[in-house]
Design a protein. Structure first.
Length: 137
């Protein structure tokens, strides 16, 4: 894979973007709607490709809060983290997560994910995502 970069080979810009990806997953664990909302661009549009249509900012916030499964633990593996002109960032990675649906048993979920960011006022704001969980075994 030509664009695969090991984390210890990241430039400072790539490291900063990857740290933002990690921080957003950590925010998903605390389920604070206002904190999560603040990391998403107001015109954010993303697509969990398991769904028939893309979703907006509020749907993204609700996907990790309210009645969504609780994120218990996770591991991310960066595949490509690129920064363009210091202003646009794209992170492609795989994930393994343990989630607990309300009233259910813990489930292990794996998948592939891509995130697009725009640097605004010195901070990375997520503007889009795309990906989906792997088929359950």
């Amino acid at each position: 894979m030509s664009n695969y970069i090991r984390i210890n080979e990241f430039s400072p810009e790539q490291s900063e973007l990857w740290e933002r990806v990690l921080a957003l997953w950590a925010l998903s664990m605390n389920r604070n709607k206002n904190q999560i909302r603040s990391t998403l661009h107001p015109r954010y549009i993303g697509w969990d490709m398991s769904s028939p249509l893309p979703h907006d900012r509020e749907a993204a916030v609700n996907s990790v809060t309210d009645n969504s499964p609780e994120l218990q633990k996770y591991e991310l593996q960066p595949l490509s983290v690129q920064v363009y002109d210091g202003r646009v960032g794209v992170a492609h990675y795989t994930y393994t997560a343990t989630v607990i649906p309300k009233g259910g048993e813990a489930l292990k979920v794996t998948g592939k994910w891509s995130e697009v960011y725009l640097k605004m006022d010195g901070a990375w704001q997520m503007i889009s995502v795309s990906g989906k969980p792997d088929e359950l075994q």
